[in-house]
Write a protein that binds this ligand. Structure first.
Ligand code: SIN
Length: 487
């Protein structure tokens, strides 16, 4: 049976343990970015369904948070195993709705599952504290409790992993979840719900509301007083809007927003290591990740050699449908994304950048952008200020460490940053000076479940993964125990 016909394909919302249509019977289409063909037609939920899902999550909260940490841990661990047992089917669904190549889709399923596994373990380590009290007859005890109903709003670029890492942390500590996946890629989220149910997640604990009116659903999730936390991955513009909406009911928030990652190459870098790191950090998901390199800042002594070697590697890409085995880069998510990347390249060229390779929409089809290398980029160009979200390398030149650092930090964003140098002192100096939540030093593979993923400045707040990731889903309660005699 084709995975696209398997038990994992669901076309209704998952609320209170039931598969449900929208009350008005509305439907919306999910298209394959590689071909524009329809992958599925789904129930088009709106604010009304979001409200029902919130109420279901609220009703399910007391029993879920009352389970022992070990019971929640075991359910999450079963979910992790089921996801890995279905890795291939989930990857094919992901490629069909998102467009990334199958090898990357398989990687994303394992990446998402690693967070479920991690938080199944962390569930048992939500420790409190006992603090010395100011008086002998008192004790200060700190406990950590689940925040309550969590609304999770996730993007189309990692439809499995972004939801997995939010939901697993929330469920681990005893929160319940209403998930709103991007309307471009809801099938991966619904497939996770199928496996969650099989793993034993009780009705109402994990709900998925899908629909193409993100604004209406988002408004309900951010306004409803029963939602106590909103966790979002997406653009800074939408994140700011959600923050404003959450202010009304003073919700806790975690925001994983846009980036503008610098990748610095110093004259003393290992050239081959820098090129390999650059390829991985620029072209993952065709450049559509928020930690993708946006600006390559290269010191003048190594600039030409780095540009030439990088162009050699970029020339090797084979564009095509991600489901085909020889494809190494898929399409962008849709025509609007292609148009934006094209405009940014044209802006750069108009302001003096030189095209070393690529530079336009690919002959493969209108959803494909050519892997592109631009040299002589400068701070006046849009690519310096805005997230490209496409397969475009822009090379800026700098002379001194101080000049390079100033350029790197000249952005309101602060998600990821990378740099290559073999000078041990510089590794510390630059690592500490870069304004980013995550810094890769002679390494670009920074994303994993054991490390805290998140940004500073306008790239957001909160951390996902690691021991810190759990903190985003708990409230601290201090209890002062009085009247203790005999001490
Ligand atoms: C993202 O692009 O939002 C996430 C990328 C990652 O987890 O590495």
């Amino acid at each position: 049976m084709s995975p696209l016909n398997s038990k994992l394909i669901k076309t209704q919302c998952y609320m209170d343990g039931c598969w449900q249509d929208a009350a008005d019977g509305g439907r919306f289409e999910v298209l394959n970015p590689a071909s524009g063909e329809r992958v599925a037609e789904l129930a088009n939920a709106g604010a009304k369904e979001a409200k029902l899902a919130i109420e279901a999550a609220h009703a399910a909260l007391p029993a879920w948070r009352a389970k022992t940490a070990k019971e929640r841990s075991q359910i999450l661990h079963r979910w992790f195993r089921l996801v890995m047992d279905h890795q291939e089917d989930l990857a094919q669904i992901l490629t069909a709705e998102q467009g990334k190549v199958l090898a990357e889709a398989r990687g994303e399923i394992a990446y998402g599952a690693s967070y479920i596994e991690w938080f199944s373990e962390e569930a048992k380590r939500v420790y409190g504290d006992v603090i010395p009290a100011p008086a002998g007859d008192r004790r200060i005890v700190v406990i950590k409790q689940p925040v309550g109903v969590v609304a999770s709003i996730t993007p189309w670029n990692f439809p499995n992993a972004m939801l997995a890492r939010k939901a697993a942390a929330a469920l681990a500590v005893g929160c319940t979840v209403v998930a709103k996946p991007a309307s471009e890629t809801p099938l991966s989220a619904l497939a996770l719900a199928v496996l969650g149910e099989e793993a034993g997640i009780p009705p109402g604990v994990f709900n998925v509301v899908c629909g193409d009116d993100a604004e209406a659903i988002g408004r309900e999730l951010t306004a409803h007083p029963l939602v106590r936390k909103v966790t979002f991955t997406g653009s800074t513009a939408v994140g700011k809007l959600l923050l404003k909406q959450c202010a009304e009911t003073v919700k806790k928030t975690s925001m994983e927003l846009g980036g503008n990652a610098p990748f610095m190459v110093f004259d003393d870098a290992d050239l081959e290591a820098a090129v390999a790191g650059a390829m991985a950090a620029k072209f993952r998901n065709a450049g559509q990740t928020c930690v993708c390199v946006n600006r390559f800042l290269v010191q003048e002594g190594i600039y030409d050699a780095f540009a030439a070697r990088l162009a050699e590697e970029v020339a090797k890409f084979k564009l095509g449908n991600g489901a085909e085995s020889d494809t190494t880069m898929g399409p962008l998510i849709h025509g609007k994304a292609v148009a934006k990347v094209k405009e940014m390249v044209e802006d750069a060229v108009g302001k003096g950048a030189e095209v070393l390779m690529g530079g336009g929409v690919s002959a493969v089809g209108p959803e494909y952008f050519e892997p592109t290398v631009l040299i002589n980029a400068s701070a006046e160009m849009r690519i310096h200020a805005e997230e490209i979200f496409g397969p475009v390398v822009a090379l800026f030149r700098f002379k001194s460490e101080a000049e390079g650092l100033a350029l790197a930090n000249e952005t309101p964003f602060g998600l990821a940053a990378y740099f290559y140098t073999q000078d041990a002192s510089r590794q510390w100096r630059v690592g500490e000076a870069l304004e980013a939540g995550m810094v890769g030093i002679n390494e670009t593979g920074i994303s994993n479940e054991m490390a805290p993923f998140g940004g500073i400045k306008e790239s957001g707040s909160g951390r996902e993964g690691s021991k810190y990731g759990i903190e985003d889903y708990v409230e601290i309660k201090y209890m002062c125990m009085g009247g203790i005699s005999g001490s």
